[in-house]
Design a protein around this ligand. Sequence first.
Ligand SMILES: *[C@@H]1O[C@H](CO)[C@@H](O)[C@H](O)[C@H]1NC(C)=O
Ligand SMILES: *[C@@H]1O[C@H](CO)[C@@H](O)[C@H](O)[C@H]1NC(C)=O
Ligand SMILES: *[C@@H]1O[C@H](CO)[C@@H](O)[C@H](O)[C@H]1NC(C)=O
Ligand SMILES: *[C@@H]1O[C@H](CO)[C@@H](O)[C@H](O)[C@H]1NC(C)=O
Ligand SMILES: *[C@@H]1O[C@H](CO)[C@@H](O)[C@H](O)[C@H]1NC(C)=O
Ligand SMILES: *[C@@H]1O[C@H](CO)[C@@H](O)[C@H](O)[C@H]1NC(C)=O
Ligand SMILES: *[C@@H]1O[C@H](CO)[C@@H](O)[C@H](O)[C@H]1NC(C)=O
Ligand SMILES: *[C@@H]1O[C@H](CO)[C@@H](O)[C@H](O)[C@H]1NC(C)=O
Ligand SMILES: *[C@@H]1O[C@H](CO)[C@@H](O)[C@H](O)[C@H]1NC(C)=O
Ligand SMILES: *[C@@H]1O[C@H](CO)[C@@H](O)[C@H](O)[C@H]1NC(C)=O
Length: 388
Amino acid sequence: MLFLRVVLLVVPLMIFLCGRHVSGCDRNCTDKPVFTPSRLVVKYGDPVAANCSVCEDCLDLFGLETPLGEQNKTGTISWKASEMTEWDSTPSCYYTKKDSDDQCCSDLPITVYQPPDNVLIRFVGHTGPMFEGRYYTLQCEVQKVAPIENLIVIFYKGQTALDKQPYNGTNKKPVTTIYNLVIIPSEEDDGAQYWCEAKLELGPEGPQPPPVVISQKITASVYYKPRLEAIAHPVLITIPEGERLQLNCSAVGNPSPSYTWTLPSERLHSSRSNVLTIDSVTPADGGLYTCSVSNSRGTINVEFKVKVEINNHNATNNHHNATNNHHNATNNHHNANNHHNANNHHNATNNHNANNHHKENKSLQQQYQQQTDSPRHNVFHALSSALF
Ligand SMILES: *[C@@H]1O[C@H](CO)[C@@H](O)[C@H](O)[C@H]1NC(C)=O
Ligand SMILES: *[C@@H]1O[C@H](CO)[C@@H](O)[C@H](O)[C@H]1NC(C)=O
Ligand SMILES: *[C@@H]1O[C@H](CO)[C@@H](O)[C@H](O)[C@H]1NC(C)=O
Ligand SMILES: *[C@@H]1O[C@H](CO)[C@@H](O)[C@H](O)[C@H]1NC(C)=O
Ligand SMILES: *[C@@H]1O[C@H](CO)[C@@H](O)[C@H](O)[C@H]1NC(C)=O
Ligand SMILES: *[C@@H]1O[C@H](CO)[C@@H](O)[C@H](O)[C@H]1NC(C)=O
Ligand SMILES: *[C@@H]1O[C@H](CO)[C@@H](O)[C@H](O)[C@H]1NC(C)=O
Ligand SMILES: *[C@@H]1O[C@H](CO)[C@@H](O)[C@H](O)[C@H]1NC(C)=O
Ligand SMILES: *[C@@H]1O[C@H](CO)[C@@H](O)[C@H](O)[C@H]1NC(C)=O
Ligand SMILES: *[C@@H]1O[C@H](CO)[C@@H](O)[C@H](O)[C@H]1NC(C)=O
């Protein structure tokens, strides 16, 4: 600061000596003083330096007007400052034309920049989950950045740039600015991350890559009604008796949905899970299943029609399994009327197994004969299942 005062004293002195103020100078003359480099981009507080030279026979009468730093004059003028502490300054180099009072001048444009202290993102006047189709304002606050005219603010959703906003201002000192972006969220935006980026585009003389400060990320929560996640299931599900039935009505939604199953039989307790499993289906499990998926935004109903096929039992299968339905006294297949039906139980390969119901040694023929004694509907049933 002391030095600044010295410079301010020196400049009027030079003006006194030259008898003319630099600002009244011709900036459009031929043979202008030349600055090297011709323009400067410097971060506030960083050192800065430049040289000015003029035509050979102008040497005696030239000078450099700057608000800070020191200069040596040896043919050219070398100027440097250890810290750039002026936001808006334009050094001028000048000489007085020979045989005339006219001055000829050049200016050294200097861009003094400061990356933002901080960049913040928020929703204006809103917290918590959003509703689809409504308007919300995202706000990006860029704190203490200079110069504002070189600032670009970009809003992002994930990796996608949504909007790029320049600023019209011309203030060269650090300012805090606010940028708004209106969004209308949809289901796909649930869980998306919003953030913004403040970038100082300072041109080729500026730092590469350009200074960038990014905000924190805010994760959007968007309410939407349940949507079935599983791929379409067949209209009719046909499943052999004894097999495992699994019905899946997994859905996505926000808030996360709840499930209620309506079952054709009362055999099972109603399930509150997304997947309904019956380890071993019986004919009683056939019918219409409805899965109702709901959250605060809506409900969807998913229907499953289940047909349980009566097994045509084979030798490797159920016959010898004591836990199996076929040997369960309550099961239709083994009631008194069915013993001699045309079902597989009684074909030649099966006749002699330990669980066989027929103690006598009968030929296949004899068995069929015996069948005619049983009630007709059972014969029909047995034949049709044998055909099946
Ligand atoms: C500077 O000179 C150019 C021609 O060399 C002229 O077109 C322009 O008007 C001049 N500008 C000023 C401010 O005198
Ligand atoms: C100014 O000139 C001197 C020598 O004449 C040189 O050492 C220095 O690097 C130059 N400075 C700039 C900023 O060009
Ligand atoms: C001016 O000259 C002095 C001594 O030679 C040197 O220490 C100083 O760095 C020079 N300043 C510039 C701006 O070149
Ligand atoms: C910039 O200027 C344009 C048109 O001149 C105006 O529509 C816009 O609102 C301005 N932006 C800012 C941030 O002032
Ligand atoms: C149900 O379906 C969903 C979506 O397809 C899948 O992620 C999940 O693993 C399935 N659950 C079962 C038990 O098959
Ligand atoms: C007996 O049943 C088995 C298994 O179902 C079958 O492979 C075989 O051909 C049958 N035999 C006769 C004589 O029907
Ligand atoms: C018999 O049952 C087993 C087990 O369920 C099955 O793998 C096999 O294919 C069946 N055989 C016939 C002839 O149906
Ligand atoms: C009998 O069947 C049940 C259910 O189908 C099975 O869990 C069990 O392992 C079987 N037992 C034998 C001895 O095959
Ligand atoms: C027979 O099956 C029924 C239902 O399928 C079951 O309730 C019963 O306990 C079973 N009986 C035996 C002896 O396994
Ligand atoms: C069953 O009858 C066949 C001939 O019809 C005979 O060869 C076989 O020895 C008999 N088996 C028994 C256990 O009586």
